[in-house]
Design a protein around this ligand. Structure first.
Ligand SMILES: [Zn+2]
Length: 283
């Protein structure tokens, strides 16, 4: 039995029309050059009892279990997390770009899902990614960690913000830091980047920034942030070590925790802690 037939059989078993296979999108391929596709069964958007029954049936038949995507992204290995992240972002993009924004006509997906085309005026729509800069600010000896009210309880992280139209990355970093904590960036350097599929497809661009010594007084913008504070290298190193314990194991004695290991913010903070000296970064 071909893979397609097997898939159709499974979909049929779970009460799904095999026609939905046409909605699948290409997310990568194996080392043996087998194409990998992702498909949204729409079970999450339908609130019917049917959907939860279908989910339970699938879990049994496929010997798996449904878990929250945000959780899965931090628990899988980097390669699988990246596939899942691509799938989520691409499927959401197709879901919200069903119609041409000029003619209002339905758009049509190409086979791989790399674009959609409006048949009435041939406008091609490509999946979009929004750049977000995430910056760890340091004054040479301490780093700045912040809390947004949307963060999980007790979690602190680096400052983040979307790039505005017309801005360079450098301008975004300088503006965000000035807006949110009232500091002026002295030096800035790029670290790494990571795709993140929530709320829509974003490219997280991680940077280290330093402020001029002696200009470290925070003016926290409480419309944007719940809290912001300087922490010493020792304090952050301690929290990073304890971060490896599960959150449940953390006691009230631990003041806060940091994003999980696979999050780019975690990498950024770890890099700063492990830097042998606190010499200013090159521009
Ligand atoms: Zn159109």
């Amino acid at each position: 039995m071909s893979l397609r037939h097997e898939l159709e059989r499974l979909l049929g078993k779970f009460g799904q029309d095999s026609q939905i296979l046409e909605d699948s999108v290409l997310i990568g391929c194996s080392e043996q050059q087998e194409a990998w596709f992702a498909l949204d069964l729409g079970l999450n958007s339908s609130s019917s009892i049917n959907a939860s029954l279908q989910k339970a049936e699938m879990e049994t038949a496929l010997q798996g279990s449904f878990i929250k995507l945000t959780k899965a992204l931090f628990e899988l290995n980097v390669k699988d997390a990246s596939l899942l992240s691509t799938a989520q972002a691409l499927l959401r993009w197709h879901d919200t770009h069903q119609f041409c924004s000029r003619s209002g006509q339905p758009t049509k997906k190409n086979v791989s899902g790399s674009k959609r085309v409006c048949p009435s005026n041939n406008i091609i729509y490509y999946p979009q990614v929004a750049p977000v800069v995430i910056t760890l600010v340091s004054d040479g000896t301490r780093c700045l960690l912040v809390r947004q009210s949307s963060f999980p309880k007790g979690m602190y992280s680096a400052l983040a913000g979307f790039c505005d139209i017309g801005e360079s990355l450098e301008e975004t970093v300088r503006r965000e830091i000035a807006e949110e904590v009232g500091l002026e960036v002295d030096r800035l350097h790029y670290s790494a980047s990571q795709h993140w599929p929530f709320p829509n497809s974003t490219l997280m661009i991680a940077c280290h920034a330093t402020v001029k010594p002696g200009q470290t007084e925070l003016q926290v913008n409480l419309k944007e942030l719940e809290a912001a504070a300087w922490f010493s290298r020792d304090e952050v190193a301690t929290v990073l070590r304890r971060n490896n314990l599960s959150n449940q194991q953390q006691s009230g004695a631990i003041p806060f925790w940091l994003p999980p290991k696979l999050a780019i913010a975690h990498q950024l903070i770890k890099e700063w802690v492990e830097k042998p000296t606190c010499s200013p970064l090159p521009a």
